[in-house]
Design a protein. Sequence first.
Lengths: 278, 255
Amino acid sequence: MIRQKMTFGLIVKYAILIITSLIVLFPLLWMVSVSFKTKLELFSAPYSLLPSQISLDNYITAWGYAPFGSYYINTIVITFGLLFIQMITVTMAAFAFARMEFPGKNLLFMLFLTQLMITAQSTIYPNYMTISRLGLLNTRIGVMLPYIASAMGTFLLRQAFMALPTALEDAGKIDGCNVAQMIIHVFLPQVQSAMLAFAIMSVTNHWNEFLWPLLVTEDAGSRPLTVGLAIFAQQAEGGAEWSLLMAATLMVSLPLLLAFLIFQKMFVEAFISSGLKG
Amino acid sequence: MFTRISGQSSFAGLENYISMFRSREFIEVLKNNLIYAVFSTIPAVIFGLILAIALNTRIRGRSFYRFAVFYPTILPIATASMIWVFLLSQSIGLVNHILDLLGITSGIDWVNTSPYAMISIIIVYIWKYSGYYMLLFLSGLQSIDKSLYEEAYLEGASTLSRIRRITLPLLSPTTFFVVLLAIVNSFQAVDQIYVMTKGGPHNSTNVLLYYIYEYGFVYWDTGKASSASTILFLILLITTFFYYFGLQKSVNYER
């Protein structure tokens, strides 16, 4: 094994990592710091990293300034509601593509792959028209509807199902499982890591989604956090309410940041598997 | 009669595209998006690669560096942009303060003047995605046979020549995917434009998706929004086609 001394190369590597980490991390620290400053302090000592006192005033004010409570509920309902529906659609589709034979299977799978290529962005206009005609504008369902099936999830899970041995299916058949029982009791327990990777990607994507909910939502009844924040910013920016704005920004980002801090390894694996393997 | 009508309407359809490509605004938007794609993709991919190579060593505090560089990936672009609007603020922004301290320039109005507005949205892209590309490179690096490095080490090859002779050639499939992914990401930019610049000043940060958003949902010009959507769709389709085509090939190759 290579046992490296403190060579020049290693010193350069440490320097690169430490400097980059600090630069990339700094905006986060800066946001946290400013979110605790009073407006007066922000303008008298704008560049001190440590606020003179830790007070939650900005958070309380920001929370009262805009309906962040409703935004939170909307984001949670949309994100986890979608995850729940996707789990069902994705499992069924992936199982059919991986383990069943039916006419037109290859053609259908090709169509699925095409959906992987068409990003949601290029179809916002037709999607908007559909949601509008269905009368679902400004509803949470309208925000969720275009995403209830996921090509990426189907692809990931299909790979996982295909990697399992045929003996598993035979064992299930001998025990007298029907298809539903087979999926739930035999197959799903074997693909937990693929499922987890997909869940992390789905939650991150939909928690962060911006353009689509911006288009289809009109008020706090269905508007999620990201859009709520942008609209709050437009109202607050004029008065240079930076402390309030940074407090609100942190409130929007905090749940995912905490989840990432705790489950760092799972996030990393999920992002790698969705980035390179489908 | 019937054919004549349908013939006329399909002609009008093409006319939409011709007039779009003749409009200076749309050409500008395409040009902006191209500039944005090139100048955000290249640095972000290079940073990602350098960081991955540095991190792929027995080094202390690996998970700290990984957290510090990767966390922007999971932040909503809308919030990331918000943080940067503040950092780049003309009067009390930290970036201007640092530039001032270093004696480079002072008082740049980042998001409201050209070309700084474009630079601002590029900064956000690089900050947000470099960590993700680092992660993808890192997973590519870990599949490279370690014994190659040991041999080279025993033969006295320097770190730099090991990178050039072993790492870069063996990493090229990963590089291919990361570059395509980076291009796709750069053509999907819209949140940061909405939050930071609204396409301005003078159209200088208006990119395809923002153009579609504006024409489709602010001016309600269906024709322009749909034609621009088709162009965006084609660009993304071609890029992602190569992505999955390459993926299929490399999967087969591994087997």
